[in-house]
Design a binder for this molecule. Structure first.
Ligand SMILES: CC(=O)N[C@H]1[C@@H](OP(=O)(O)OP(=O)(O)OC[C@H]2O[C@@H](n3ccc(=O)[nH]c3=O)[C@H](O)[C@@H]2O)O[C@H](CO)[C@@H](O)[C@@H]1O
Ligand SMILES: C=C(OP(=O)(O)O)C(=O)O
Length: 509
């Protein structure tokens, strides 16, 4: 009886692995075990613990055995350890989700290389799959192949997956070329306060898209024959709104000018991808984009999104708060310039290697080595600006760094209503973080970090900042329910462990 049960579980695991397009070796690597162990498990020749089943389910993003609802993942951090060695930055969440949405523009086969294996990408894939798009992991699970059906079925949309991300909003630009009427669930995502979608609606109106929002659904109607007669001036220099306007312009046969466009990293990756689809774009890297679109796009393309500057910043902050010497490889140089300039002013001992090209052949990368340093608080406040300003998503990491520095640092996150508030969670770890108003915190360093047990703040970057504090604190800390971290970082605990951290993942059954 017991053997029969092991064989059945083994089969479920093999099916889930094959569904993901993974080899036994790949799964073994994700689990930190050997290929022969995976082989034994799949044949039902090995006793398997519930914890292992949960880890396999997590690695394969599949609920192998249903025990009611799958328990949330938690982290147990043995802190106070120095990091050492080198760690690579992965491709960016924000480019990957934009490119997945952009694949809707192409009737040909789209291959995206080294796509980050993160929850946000999985949610978009679930939505794409639910409406008829075929996406499968290839090349040992590192790349994604996407093929389009002749017709999309928006009525079958996976609403549960859709409402867990905000990126779903980037379906609007591509879809307006494929259907006259469609419905999409409201965009969701991290709890960062109100995030408007009005700029998207204003920009896409130039292409005939009219949206009414009722009962958690956007009802979209496209009036044929409407095209931008004059430049589209974005009311906000937002990243996803620029991407939506670009995707709408990509299949508009004619010239579209987008003013006040974001020139941030994910927008640039999208532009490089659209160029491969045959779309001509002038002004990449500036705030005016001139796009000459093509009515039908049917090309087999192969594109490598670039590395994530926010992950680079996170890893750099991990080194700073743990007073470690760490090399962070594959850092997108252009998108970390201001951050590095501020950190050098604060006294960070930092080496930069020679620049080299990312796999997209366009983005410049650099390896950085950070050494333990006596940091001083910056003289001026830390505040974000649209690129080329200090990256909005990098601001929270300055709270952890400021807590490690001598003196007071004012952090002004004017962008999000809730994000600065979550930084006060660092006080549970011994930091002095005073909320001056919903957008400004005053951090007083240095900090004697102390262990704690707490729930993850419901926002990606503040959650990682708390994790960093736990890595700095002597003793054992517990961070509960880390879905938000997995939304944006691939195997973060394992990768930090590979450079000396000790972070264990566990679940409630
Ligand atoms: C999938 C993706 O790419 N997500 C990124 C994208 O989200 P996204 O493009 O969705 O960002 P939002 O449109 O929500 O903009 C963020 C906030 O900034 C405000 N705002 C933005 C630009 C501006 O010129 N003026 C202004 O006030 C917006 O009103 C909003 O409150 O950009 C954000 C800001 O860089 C990043 O945090 C997100 O990681
Ligand atoms: C706010 C973020 O992203 P999103 O737009 O996916 O919510 C983030 O990456 O920190």
């Amino acid at each position: 009886m017991a053997d029969d049960y092991l064989v059945r579980i083994g089969k479920l695991i093999r099916n889930a692995r094959q569904h993901r397009g993974w080899t036994q070796n790949h799964l073994a690597e994700a689990l930190g075990t050997s290929q022969s162990a995976v082989n034994r498990i799949e044949r039902g020749h090995q006793n398997i613990s519930l914890d292992m089943i949960a880890r396999i389910g997590e690695a394969l993003d599949s609920e192998i055995v249903s025990l009611g609802t799958a328990g949330p993942m938690h982290l147990r951090v043995s802190g106070g350890r120095r990091l050492s060695g080198a760690i690579d930055v992965k491709t960016s969440k924000n480019a990957c989700v934009a490119l997945l949405c952009a694949s809707l523009l192409n009737s040909g086969r789209t291959v995206l290389r080294k796509v980050a294996r993160i929850e946000e990408v999985y949610r978009i894939l679930e939505v794409l799959n639910s409406i008829g798009v075929k996406a499968r992991w290839i090349n040992d699970g590192s790349d994604l192949e996407i093929t389009q059906p002749a017709e999309l079925d928006l009525t079958a949309v996976d609403a549960d997956a859709a409402v867990r991300t905000r990126s779903i909003i980037m379906f609007l630009g591509p879809l307006l070329h494929r259907m006259d009427h469609f419905k999409l669930p409201y965009a969701g995502g991290c709890d960062l306060g109100t995030r408007t979608v009005q700029p998207h609606m204003s920009a896409l109106r130039h292409f005939g898209l009219d949206i009414t929002a009722t009962d958690g659904t956007y009802h979209a109607a496209v009036e044929p024959g409407i095209a931008p007669g004059r430049p589209i001036v974005l009311t906000e220099r937002g990243d996803t709104v620029t991407e939506n306007a670009l995707m709408a312009a990509a299949r508009h046969e004619g010239t579209t000018v987008i003013r006040n466009a974001s020139s941030n990293y994910m927008v640039q990756d999208l532009c490089f991808f659209l160029e491969q689809l045959g779309v001509e774009i002038d002004g990449i890297g500036t705030t005016t984009l001139t796009v000459r679109g093509v009515r039908h796009i049917d090309r087999d393309v192969d594109y490598s999104p670039s590395e994530d500057p926010v992950e680079a910043m996170s890893l750099l902050a991990a080194a700073v708060v743990t007073s470690s010497e760490l090399t962070i490889r594959r850092v997108p140089a252009e998108f970390m310039e201001i951050e590095l300039a501020v950190l050098e002013e604060m006294g960070l001992d930092l080496d930069r290697g020679p620049e080299y090209a990312a796999d997209n052949a366009r983005t410049r990368l650099v390896d950085l080595t950070v050494r333990p340093s006596k940091l001083q608080a910056p003289i001026d406040k830390i505040h974000p600006m649209p690129f080329p300003g200090l990256n909005i998503d990098n601001v929270p990491f300055f709270a952890a760094i400021a807590a490690s520095a001598q003196g007071s640092t004012l952090i002004h996150d004017w962008v999000y209503d809730n994000r600065a508030i979550y930084l006060t969670e660092l006080t549970r770890l011994g930091a002095s973080v005073q909320l001056l108003d919903p957008h400004r915190v005053l951090v007083e360093g240095p900090t004697r970090w102390r262990e704690t047990e707490m729930m993850c703040p419901p926002a990606l970057r503040p959650a990682v900042v708390v994790l960093l504090g736990m890595m700095a604190a002597e003793g054992t800390s517990v961070l509960r329910n880390v879905y938000v971290i997995n939304r944006g970082y691939e195997s973060l605990a394992d990768r930090l462990n590979s450079v000396g951290a000790r972070i264990e993942t566990f679940r409630d059954i």
